[in-house]
Write a protein that binds this ligand. Structure first.
Ligand code: GCB
Length: 608
C-alpha cells in the first residue's frame, strides 16, 4: 500500500473496526503487556454451527446474531436454550496446532472456536491497545466481547486489531473462529506435502502503545566501503520528532516524521562489527517518537551477488544449507517456541550449516530471531507451492499480502538474506506473470535482499542424462535455484555419475532440494529403497554430481528432519511421514547426516 493511503486505511480501520491494519506493529514481543498464550477453551465445529444458521446465513452479518458462538453466552434462565458452553468445553494450548494435541483432530480440517477470558486495565491514560496474533492457520474471524474485530486470511503471518476503548477491566471474552479447510484458490492450494496443522499456532498478545505508535521501521546497511545505514521509521500518527539510537556505537540520530508519519534516516555505522555466521554480532537499537519507545536487536551486514558469487559483507560465501519445516520432529506438531527454534537450528549447525531454507511458508518469528543470534543465514518463502490459481486476481492478492506480512515482520533480521517467491511451479505464461509481479513487489518493499524461487530442471526427451535449467523467471531473480531428485523420483543414484547440466545463467546456483526417503534404523543394500544406505549413497553421488556445476554456491538438501505428510502412505516405512529427513522421528541421525556433514566441513575450509 502506498504510504499516503495508509493513514486513511488506518482511520477507516479504527472507525469500522473491521479491517486489520495493513501491517501489524513491528516487534510485537517488545510491546506485550499481557500474554494471551496458554489454555483456551475450544469447540470443535465441523459444520460451522456457531458461524452460520441452518439457511447458511452468517450470524456475524445478522442484525440479531443470537446463535453465534462468538457471543460466548450462558443461559440467563434455566428456560433459555443455548447449545454450546465454552466454560465446560475442552481446552487446547496456544500457541499450538490442534492436530497434535488431540488424536481425534489429527486429520481435522474445518472450524474450531477458541475462547480466552482475560482482565485488563490500561497502564497509561490515552494509551492504545492491540490484539496481536502471530499466526492462525488458515483463516481467522476474531471477536471481542461479542463484537467482530475482523478477519485474517493466510496461515503463517501475523495480524492484529486495535481494541482501544473496547476492553473491560474484567471478564473480556476473546473468541476466534479458526478454519483450516483447504481451498483450490487459496495460498497454498489443496495439494501440499506437509501436514495441514490448524489452530492458533503462534503467540497471542495484548499490546499497548502511547497515542502515537511506532508501527514499523527498517535499518539497512548499504553495500560499499563507507558503511552507511539507510532506513525509515513509520508512525501511525501525525508527524513528530523521531530518534534512532545505537548506544554501543554512540550513534544517536534524529529526524522529523512527515505528514504521513514517516521519518527517513541515513547515517554512518562507524566502528561497528558486521554480522556474519562466524560472528553474529547484534546491536541494541532504540527508537523513540514522543512518548513511544521501541527496542530491538539488529545485526548489520550486506548481501549481494557478483556474477556467480554470493558476497556476504563483500566476501564470497558458499551456502551450506538444509531445508526445514516448522515442525517439532520429536513431538510431531508445529514448532512454536524459541526452544523449538533452537533445537532445529542447533541441529543444522551440528551438520555444519551456515544457512537454512525455511520451507514452504513463513515460519514463526522466533526462527529468524534465533537465527540472528546463532548466525544462520536464511531463505524465507511463501506458500506459492505447486499449482496455485495463476489467473485468479484474489489468489494473487492473497499471495502478495502474505509476502508483505512476512517481509514487514522480518526485514530487520540480518539472518534473512533471501526472499523466495514460490516452489516448483509449472511454467506457463500466467504463472510467470504472477511470479514476476511478486518479484517486482518484493524489490519495492526490500531492495536489499536477494530474490529467488525454487524452480525445476527438465531433460530433453531424447537425452535423459542431460538436465537443463531454463526458466524466464530466472531472468528477474538474483539466484538460480531449483529442486532436483535424480536418484529418487528420476532414476537411481548411479545416474548421477552420467548427469550433464546446462545452466546458462551467470548467477549463483543454489540447489534448493534433493534427497531420498530412508527409515531411520532400516539397513540394507545401497540400491534398496528406504534404507539408510540408499539415502547415504544418494547424498554422496549427488554431491559429486553437483560439484560439476561451475556456478554452484550453495544448497539446501531436503530435509533436516522427517516430517508428517498426509501423502505418505507406505505401511511400516512412512506411516504418514515423509522420511527424507537426515534425522529420524526419534531424533537419531541417519547415515546421510554424516555424509553431508563431512562435505560441509570441506566446503567450510575451502571458503574460509
Ligand atoms: C519436493 C517438494 C517438497 C516435497 C519433496 C518430496 O519437491 O518441494 O515439498 O516434500 O519434494 O519429498 O517429494
Amino acid at each position: 500500500m502506498q504510504s499516503l493511503l495508509r493513514p486513511l486505511v488506518l482511520a477507516l480501520a479504527a472507525l469500522t473496526g473491521l479491517v486489520a491494519p495493513a501491517t501489524p506493529l513491528i516487534n510485537a514481543a517488545d510491546r506485550e503487556v499481557l500474554a494471551l498464550n496458554g489454555r483456551w477453551h475450544v469447540i470443535v465445529d465441523p459444520y460451522d454451527n456457531g458461524y452460520v444458521n441452518y439457511r447458511l446465513q452468517r450470524f456475524d452479518e445478522a442484525t440479531k446474531p443470537s446463535g453465534g458462538y462468538f457471543l460466548d453466552r450462558k443461559p440467563a434462565t434455566p428456560a433459555e436454550l443455548i447449545e454450546y458452553d465454552f466454560d465446560t468445553s475442552a481446552s487446547l494450548n496456544v500457541p499450538g496446532d490442534w492436530n497434535s494435541q488431540d488424536d481425534k483432530l489429527l486429520y481435522y480440517e474445518s472450524t474450531v472456536w477458541y475462547r480466552k477470558r482475560f482482565d485488563y486495565t490500561p497502564r497509561a491514560a490515552g494509551a492504545r491497545q492491540f490484539l496481536h496474533f502471530g499466526g492462525a492457520n488458515y483463516e481467522a474471524d476474531v471477536y471481542l466481547n461479542g463484537a467482530k474485530l475482523g478477519r485474517h486470511v493466510g496461515g503463517f503471518t501475523p495480524f492484529e486489531f486495535e481494541v482501544t476503548g473496547k476492553l473491560k477491566p474484567t471478564g473480556n471474552s476473546l473468541v476466534v473462529r479458526v478454519n483450516n479447510a483447504r481451498r483450490p484458490e487459496a495460498v497454498p492450494t489443496v495439494n501440499t506435502d506437509w501436514w495441514n496443522y490448524g489452530g492458533l499456532t503462534r503467540d497471542v498478545r495484548l499490546l499497548e502503545t502511547p497515542a502515537t505508535a511506532i508501527r514499523d521501521f527498517a535499518l539497512r546497511l548499504q553495500p560499499g566501503a563507507d558503511r552507511r545505514v539507510r532506513g525509515f521509521v513509520q508512525l501511525d500518527g501525525p508527524g513528530q520528532p523521531v530518534t534512532v539510537e545505537i548506544p554501543e556505537l554512540k550513534i544517536a540520530v534524529a529526524a522529523t516524521a512527515d505528514a504521513a508519519g514517516r521519518a527517513t534516516f541515513e547515517f554512518a555505522l562507524t566502528g561497528a562489527e558486521l554480522w556474519s555466521p562466524e560472528s553474529p554480532r547484534l546491536y541494541a537499537v532504540t527508537l523513540t517518537a514522543g512518548a513511544d519507545r521501541l527496542t530491538d536487536r539488529v545485526g548489520f551486514r550486506t548481501i549481494e551477488t557478483r556474477g556467480a558469487d554470493i558476497l556476504l559483507n563483500g566476501k564470497s560465501t558458499f551456502l551450506r544449507g538444509i531445508s526445514l519445516h516448522e515442525e517439532n520432529p520429536l513431538r510431531g506438531g508445529r514448532a512454536t517456541t524459541p526452544a523449538d527454534a533452537r533445537q532445529l537450528l542447533g541441529w543444522a549447525q551440528e551438520l555444519g550449516c551456515n544457512y537454512v531454507r525455511l520451507a514452504h511458508y513463513p515460519h514463526n518469528e522466533h526462527m529468524a530471531r534465533v537465527a540472528d543470534e546463532l548466525g544462520i543465514l536464511l531463505w524465507a518463502e511463501v506458500p506459492v507451492y505447486w499449482t496455485i490459481h495463476w489467473d485468479n486476481a484474489d489468489t494473487y492478492a492473497n499471495a502478495e499480502n502474505q509476502l508483505t506480512e512476512l517481509i514487514t515482520r522480518d526485514r530487520n533480521r540480518a539472518s534473512v538474506i533471501i526472499w523466495s517467491m514460490a516452489n516448483e511451479t509449472p511454467i506457463s505464461p500466467a504463472r510467470t506473470v504472477f511470479l514476476k509481479k511478486l518479484v517486482a513487489h518484493t524489490r519495492a518493499l526490500d531492495p536489499t535482499r536477494l530474490i529467488s524461487a525454487a524452480m525445476e530442471r527438465h531433460s530433453p526427451a531424447d537425452d535423459p542424462s542431460t538436465s537443463i535449467v531454463e526458466d524466464e523467471l530466472a531472468e528477474v531473480t538474483d539466484l538460480v535455484s531449483f529442486n532436483q531428485y535424480i536418484g529418487w523420483y528420476v532414476g537411481m543414484p548411479d545416474d548421477c555419475a552420467k548427469a550433464k547440466w546446462i545452466i546458462n545463467y551467470n548467477k549463483p546456483v543454489i540447489v534448493s532440494e534433493f534427497g531420498a526417503d530412508a527409515l531411520q534404523g532400516l539397513h540394507g543394500d545401497r540400491r534398496a529403497r528406504f534404507t539408510e544406505e540408499f539415502q547415504a549413497d544418494l547424498y554422496a553421488q549427488t554431491l559429486t554430481m553437483l560439484e560439476k556445476i561451475p556456478q554452484l554456491r550453495g544448497m539446501t538438501p531436503w530435509i533436516l528432519c522427517d516430517f508428517r505428510s498426509p501423502r505418505r502412505h507406505l505401511p511400516n516405512i512412512q506411516d504418514g511421514w515423509n522420511r527424507k529427513g537426515l534425522i529420524g522421528e526419534n531424533g537419531t541421525r541417519k547415515m546421510a547426516f554424516g555424509v553431508l556433514q563431512e562435505y560441509y566441513a570441506r566446503k567450510a575450509a575451502a571458503y574460509a
